[in-house]
Design a protein around this ligand. Structure first.
Ligand SMILES: [Zn+2]
Length: 272
């Protein structure tokens, strides 16, 4: 599933080709992709795209006269600007731009991805956007530490909880806990202020490194330019069961936390 760096990569690739363009046609090829939209997609017709940004794992586009378009890629979604002559068997929604030569297309093999349009308020109510926690690249270290202590639960589960922190998923949660030398099952309440600082710094570092590399290429992720991400070679703990820890040589262990595979070094990340 694309996480924050992959979605950020898509947003950065789309900004140039998309901002300032007008939606002149909409084609829905699979109704379920838009079934939860508060307003019909044809409401977008004739409006110009003003801004594109990321919130958690959502792609958010602002259009003229207070309308917004939100996309969640979920497992296999892909969003990009292509020549309108280009077709794809997995295309679910097409937004024709300007004179029709190019289109913004939403493709999705597994069909879990969703597209919504409506006012900002309507989108916050219809999607998880309204409940998202703070952005990990923005929240201050002290605010993050305070937030950890307010919550029960174990670190790995908390990091995956989008209401606690927006955009971190399974890969980057494991990488950040490894960077901060914290065991995934550590209770949040037992994390010291110093450890909390290390954790948010670790989260920022792994996210920033992945954004700089264009997202990870695990499974089916491709940037909006169609190029695979390059981060996989730099993953230090995720998916490395039984391989030596890159810091101390101990074999990496895999456990399951909340039904998600979780990798850590039993020596560097001691359980407290
Ligand atoms: Zn180690």
């Amino acid at each position: 599933m694309p996480e924050l760096p992959e979605v950020e990569t898509v947003v950065r690739h789309l900004r140039g080709p998309l901002v300032g363009r007008r939606i002149t046609g909409v084609r829905v090829l699979r109704e379920t992709a838009v079934a939860e939209s508060p307003a019909p997609l044809k409401t977008l017709l004739g409006r110009r795209l003003l801004r594109i940004s990321r919130r958690g794992k959502f792609i958010c586009m602002e259009l003229e006269r207070g309308l917004e378009l939100a996309v969640h890629l979920r497992m296999t979604g892909w969003l990009g600007v292509v020549p309108s002559s280009e077709t794809d068997p997995y295309e679910r929604v097409r937004f024709i731009l300007d004179d029709g030569a190019e289109s913004l297309v939403f493709r999705d093999i597994r069909t879990f991805g969703r597209v919504w349009c409506g006012s900002h308020e309507a989108l916050e109510n219809a999607t998880a956007l309204g409940q998202l926690g703070p952005e990990p690249l923005v929240i201050g270290a002290d605010a993050f530490a305070a937030r950890l202590h307010e919550r029960g639960g174990r670190l790995k589960s908390l990091l995956l909880n989008q209401e606690f922190l927006a955009g971190v998923g399974n890969i980057y949660a494991d990488e950040a806990l490894f960077a901060a030398k914290l065991h995934p099952l550590t209770p949040a309440a037992r994390v010291s202020r110093e450890q909390a600082r290390r954790l948010i710094a670790g989260i920022r570092r792994v996210l920033a490194a992945s954004i700089a590399a264009g997202g990870t290429s695990i499974r089916t992720f491709r940037g909006a330019d169609g190029k695979p991400g390059l981060y996989r070679v730099k993953l230090r703990v995720y998916g490395r069961e039984d391989q030596p820890c890159l810091r101390c040589g101990t074999k990496i262990k895999r456990i399951v936390v909340g039904q998600r595979g979780t990798w850590f070094c039993p020596h560097c990340q001691r359980r407290r």
